[in-house]
Design a protein. Structure first.
Length: 80
């Protein structure tokens, strides 16, 4: 779920960005924008499928190379 305190937890809301372009001209102390799509949060949360896909991608990147190294070492020990 998207939230104003979570970074990288969703996609930017295109409708909210367009409204902010027109209504918000300040750089600091930005007022809330009334958006019926994102409810003023500014981002849309990832779907369950996107969360699973991102998690699997990270697991492949981080876990599987280490698994392959361990498996190779274990095979070398078993065959020595």
């Amino acid at each position: 779920m998207a939230g104003p305190t979570l970074h990288g937890n969703g996609h930017p809301c295109p409708a909210g960005e367009l409204r902010r372009e027109v209504e918000d001209k300040t750089l600091i102390l930005r007022p809330g924008i009334a958006c019926s799509v994102c409810k003023g949060v500014g981002s849309l949360g990832f779907t369950e499928a996107e969360i699973v896909a991102r998690t699997v991608k990270e697991a492949r990147r981080l876990y599987w190379p280490a698994f392959e190294v361990r498996a190779t070492r274990q095979n070398e020990v078993d065959h020595a």
